[in-house]
Write a protein that binds this ligand. Sequence first.
Ligand code: GUN
Length: 293
Amino acid sequence: MSRNSFQLLDGNALAALWKQKIKDACASFKQKPCLAAVLVGNDGASQSYVQFKIKDCTDVGFESKLIQLSEDTTQASLLETIEALNQDTSVHGYIVQLPLPSHINEQTILAAIDPTKDVDGFHPLHAGRLMLSLPSFVPATPWGILAMINHYQIPTEGAEIVIIGRSHIVGRPLSVLLSSSAKYGNGTVTLLHSKSKNLKAHCLRADIIIAALGKPGFVTADMVKQGAVVIDVGTTRVQDPSSARGWRLKGDVDFEHVASKTLAISPVPGGVGPMTRIGLLYNTLEAFKSLNP
Ligand code: GUN
């Protein structure tokens, strides 16, 4: 490979393969897996994420239900909705889209979801099981990144892996998974966050950088070692008057200047995002199978 040619980690193409696989797996079922999504409030990004998740269900032959609640829904009322979903035998898996309005305690809500239906894998039971390398629902973004690493045969054993961002949804679980003794693991993981010092020095050592901090263009070319693999989890909406919507998605990596230094890099859009959506479909299929053995 010449110094300037890099492998594009094409999340759209890989997601299409996975969608076909899931559709095929579903074809022989008499009953279809059903995913429900609960959306509280009117956040534009959350609304479009949930719409994508519903569309994905249709694409692979799943049923879906969208439960939209107003911004001023009380915590007690949301807990009632959750209890109803826990009892509803026609729903095999469901998610509560985050973030929630500030008057609702996120951890109280996540802990109320029946773990057998918690296809986001956000319940403390799943977080604990993941920590112990026991079978669990792996949160969708880490799942998608591992599927990408696996498909593109990116070696992780003994690799210096730097993850930027310690969120419960992405960075933290990913740090556990990539340092575990599984096939995709055995990495030497450094988890960087907003209080980390010498960020650039850590990044320059990395064989693999995973940027998941939500700051557009944060990872610049001077932070990346020649021949590193760079995975971009960022999806910030930035103003773009040339786009009909007035905005576009921008990742945490300055792709334009970083790409030519890398061995492989994921784009935004079309990288981790589509694979995250597959993670949710995969977990829903697994939830369905365990409820219908
Ligand atoms: N908000 C951002 N990402 C996610 C996700 O993966 N699941 C849910 N429920 N909310 C999110």
